[in-house]
Design a protein around this ligand. Structure first.
Ligand code: TYM
Length: 330
């Protein structure tokens, strides 16, 4: 069975961008693939973060993923820092990673602007991501649009390593992204990608009241100034969200009511809020239930890490041999 690997940072709560863009695919792929899902806490420390809340956020992310349907009976769910081989392989990959390509990564260019003195970890972030995937020799990687450039670099590193150390054999497969129809969800500001760091998110576990409080002021078609103006659904982010949360008949109705000014934006948002609340209700309930059973979550993560360490050590034995390191016992 081919392997799937994916990761998510515990840098904030699981939001509907993560869920629609990647996590629903994580869940769906569990039937056909051997799946490994990782909470990438070592990636989360490459930006500014609060050490006092990292452990809590990591647990909350585990709860969110389990509530969304990651099934620990068939898949592995684990924390990156619990498997030290991720960092070891990342170091080895930095030795063949082209600096120019790292500097050209879009996310690096965006995020490095926030620093006066740019940490090297931010530059090497995609190398750690490549190590995550290659460590398990995964072939498929369900992600949102923003990660496809990092995956291209992963394929490049796999090719380079194979050329340098495996005589051109495909020891590391070149992993392919699996994208969902919702590969880029725009935030409530109607402008930028939905992202916790921009504060334009809705978390999958928010209460109905919180969802409404966030949707009510959300950006719509900016050209629609008054209730009587007809709107253009194609440029409205609320319409885009309807396409992911509302039944097809409602989506059609929304488009007509918008174009004819039959509904005001607030009417349209009310319908979206109802559908979103209904879609997220089971996730919210499951995460409340899981939060009451912390020992179960601890065991799931410990079991996942133990299996991941075993799989990782198989790859690392090959990698260190092929790279010529002296084995400990000889
Ligand atoms: P992260 O933690 O930012 O996001 C987790 C997943 O959610 C997707 N995503 C989105 N999809 C659609 N619309 C959005 N607005 C949106 N925001 C986030 C992301 O594309 C991602 O799939 N570098 C990765 C984590 C990572 C990883 C890996 C992923 C580390 N190692 C190995 C795959 C394989 C990241 O920061 O994702």
């Amino acid at each position: 069975m081919a392997r799937v690997f994916s990761g998510i940072q515990p840098s904030g709560e699981l939001h509907i961008g993560n869920w629609l863009g990647a996590i629903r695919n994580w869940v769906a792929l569990q039937d056909q693939y051997e799946c490994l899902y990782c909470i990438v806490d070592q990636h989360a420390v490459t930006g500014q973060y609060d050490p006092a809340s990292l452990a809590l956020r990591t647990r909350e992310m585990a709860i969110g993923l389990l509530a969304a349907g990651v099934d620990p009976n068939g898949s592995l769910l684990f924390v990156q820092s619990h498997v030290p081989a991720h960092a070891t392989l990342a170091w080895l990959l930095t030795t063949i990673a082209p600096l120019g390509e790292l500097e050209r990564m879009t996310q690096y260019k965006d995020k490095s602007q926030r620093f006066e003195s740019v940490p090297a970890g931010l530059l090497c972030y995609p190398v750690l991501m490549a190590a995550d995937i290659l460590l398990y020799r995964a072939e498929k990687v369900p992600v949102g649009d923003d990660q496809t450039q990092h995956l291209e670099l992963t394929r490049e590193l796999a090719r380079r390593w194979n050329r340098h150390f495996a005589g051109g054999d495909a020891f590391f497969p070149e992993p392919e992204p699996i994208l969902s129809p919702a590969r880029r969800i725009i935030g409530l500001d109607g402008q930028a990608k939905m992202s916790k760091s921009l504060g334009n998110t809705i978390a999958v576990t928010e209460t109905p009241e919180q969802i409404w409080d966030k949707l009510r002021p959300a950006m719509t078609d900016p050209a629609r100034k008054t209730r009587k103006d007809p709107g253009t659904p194609e440029i409205c982010n609320i319409y885009a969200l309807h396409r992911h949360f509302s039944p097809e008949a409602t989506v059609t109705e929304v488009a007509v009511k918008c174009r004819t000014a039959g509904w005001g934006c607030i009417d349209c948002k009310r319908v979206l809020a109802d559908n979103m609340i209904q879609a997220l209700a089971p996730l919210r309930q499951r995460s409340l239930d899981l939060a009451m059973r912390p020992a179960e979550v601890t065991t799931i993560l410990a079991d996942g890490a133990a299996t991941a360490r075993r799989l990782a050590s198989e790859t690392m034995a090959e990698v260190t041999t092929r790279m010529g390191f002296l084995p400990e016992a000889s």
